[in-house]
Design a protein around this ligand. Structure first.
Ligand SMILES: *[C@@H]1O[C@H](CO)[C@@H](O)[C@H](O)[C@H]1NC(C)=O
Ligand SMILES: *[C@@H]1O[C@H](CO)[C@@H](O)[C@H](O)[C@H]1NC(C)=O
Ligand SMILES: *[C@@H]1O[C@H](CO)[C@@H](O)[C@H](O)[C@H]1NC(C)=O
Ligand SMILES: *[C@@H]1O[C@H](CO)[C@@H](O)[C@H](O)[C@H]1NC(C)=O
Ligand SMILES: *[C@@H]1O[C@H](CO)[C@@H](O)[C@H](O)[C@H]1NC(C)=O
Ligand SMILES: [Ca+2]
Length: 452
């Protein structure tokens, strides 16, 4: 395209100028006194005339030289017009081409910007897809079957360089149906089947027996895998499991408690816990400081299934306790005369916010306290018991002051009690004699390599 325009532009001025001049001459010569011109050029015309003579004298009615002159002038005039229109045509054409070029250039620029825009869009989309793929990988169950996370880690570990943490489908020995679990594949060598996780307090752990047996929560986040599933995992052929409890305090201190053997009895025996040797930095809260506090071999209890060793009552810290679950905010655990460990209680912040949003919570509580209903009495006795010792002081200073503000009758006392006790506790993990305020916890199990 470019070469054509250049050619036309180069050619046009050379063409138009001499033509314009000659056309001018032609036009002016027409206006001249014809007879004079004719006379002047008679000799030349005569020569011309001799050529025409052969056709006969009668054809030339008007003087031949005049005719010739007219023809020539006409030719000049036409030629000039032709040149003119040609040059204007060239001009308009070149202008048209220029305009077209400009338009095309603009279109091209527009397209280029659009392409650039699209390219960036594609890039963003690509990264978004990659991101969502990554997310999906950790949310969507991975169809890698194994008997448990240790088994999957072992199998996949020989195929892929890095086994990602996430939800996997496992199928333990002696079970009919596979189920999903969260596998922690990075922490301490990986291969951990997560059986409990507490992080943000989003999941309500105040649940009845069936929930603790079947499991609840969201596997990628807070959840309780369920006693039946855990039982299936750890009761496999030729398999022994260790239990690892990882704790994080509110000031991000970490500690752990590990048991080199972990077994549960069957449902008939209420999933009694059996723990092996302890190792770790958090202390053995499961066994406590004395035999009275020992939760090893204790059956599981919930509010509706009471195996807590307080039958009909325990006398703890000058208080009678009938239900350890009630005292521990309706959570389920392997209580034995309550004990020093419970990682299923709701966090105190959540408890308080729940009560605030419920609104009528205070009213209900007052009614219960005044009316001396069975539940109210239970709660009160349980709470007062728990306020003894270091738990109270660990509960948080701000909570006490807030409790005092609200306190006009027995409510403040109740709040203080809730807050003092109402958090995950592992009372052997202390700082200056005060148990750490636990923010998050993970309970996970892993196969112990066997020799055969
Ligand atoms: C050509 O002739 C026209 C009139 O005959 C005149 O207007 C024009 O200026 C001339 N162009 C050139 C380049 O001499
Ligand atoms: C044209 O020329 C003739 C003779 O040469 C002369 O008689 C006549 O007046 C001229 N006409 C004009 C308009 O110049
Ligand atoms: C007339 O014609 C002769 C020869 O053809 C030429 O030399 C001369 O310049 C012409 N005169 C005019 C006024 O055109
Ligand atoms: C549970 O375990 C006990 C003792 O280990 C056994 O006697 C009982 O049959 C088991 N119950 C079931 C349902 O497997
Ligand atoms: C239990 O009661 C006795 C006597 O009333 C009292 O001396 C003791 O300090 C109380 N213990 C606790 C832990 O409250
Ligand atoms: Ca009881």
């Amino acid at each position: 395209m470019m070469w054509l325009v250049t050619l036309l532009l180069l050619w046009a001025p050379h063409l138009t100028e001499p033509l314009n001049i000659s056309a001018d001459k032609g036009a002016s010569s027409v206006t001249l006194n014809q007879s004079q011109t004719l006379a002047e050029n008679f000799t030349s015309v005569r020569n011309h005339k001799t050529l025409v003579m052969g056709r006969g004298q009668e054809v030339c009615t008007i003087p031949c030289d005049l005719t010739a002159k007219m023809i020539r002038d006409e030719k000049h005039s036409i030629c000039g017009q032709l040149q003119q229109s040609l040059s204007s045509y060239v001009r308009s054409t070149s202008k048209l081409i220029r305009d077209m070029m400009e338009e095309q250039h603009r279109a091209l620029e527009f397209l280029t910007s659009q392409v650039t825009e699209l390219v960036t869009k594609v890039h963003t989309l690509k990264s978004e897809v990659q991101q969502s793929n990554r997310e999906m990988f950790s949310i969507k169950p991975v169809q890698a079957h194994g008997r448990d996370c240790s088994d999957i880690k072992e199998t996949l570990g020989s195929i892929v360089p890095k086994t990602p943490s996430g939800i996997y489908i496992i199928h333990p020995d002696n079970t009919d149906t596979p189920f999903e679990v969260f596998c922690e594949m990075d922490y301490m060598g990986g291969g951990w089947t997560v059986m409990q996780r507490r992080t943000d307090g989003q999941i309500d752990f105040r649940r009845p027996w069936t929930d603790y047996e079947d499991g609840f929560g969201h596997l990628p986040g807070e959840h309780w895998l369920g006693l039946r599933k855990v039982f299936h995992v750890i009761n496999q052929r030729d398999a022994r499991f260790q239990l690892h409890i990882a704790l994080v305090s509110h000031d991000d201190t970490t500690a752990y408690a590990s048991y080199d053997d972990f077994r549960l009895d069957n449902e008939t025996n209420f999933y009694s816990i059996h723990l092996g040797r302890y190792a770790g930095s958090a202390g053995d809260a499961f066994r406590g400081y004395n035999q009275e506090q020992n939760q090893d071999t204790a059956p599981f209890s919930t509010l509706d299934v009471d195996n807590d060793g307080c039958s009909p009552f325990c006398f703890l810290n000058n208080q009678t306790v009938e239900s350890c679950s009630l005292q521990n905010h309706r959570s389920g655990w392997w209580f034995n005369r309550c004990g020093l460990a419970n990682l299923n209680t709701p966090p105190p912040d959540l408890e308080r916010s729940r009560r605030e949003t419920e609104g009528t919570g205070q009213e209900k509580k007052r009614k219960r306290t005044v009316g001396h209903t069975e539940e109210g009495d239970k709660e009160r006795s349980g709470g007062d018991e728990s306020s003894g010792g270091h738990k109270e002081s660990s509960g948080g200073d701000k909570e006490t002051s807030e409790g005092d503000k609200e306190s006009t009758s027995g409510e403040g006392e109740e709040d203080r009690r809730d807050k003092g006790r109402g958090h995950l506790h592992w009372d052997t993990w202390t700082q200056n004699g005060v148990p750490h305020y636990i923010k998050s916890v993970t309970m996970e199990i892993r196969r112990i390599p066997t020799n055969n």
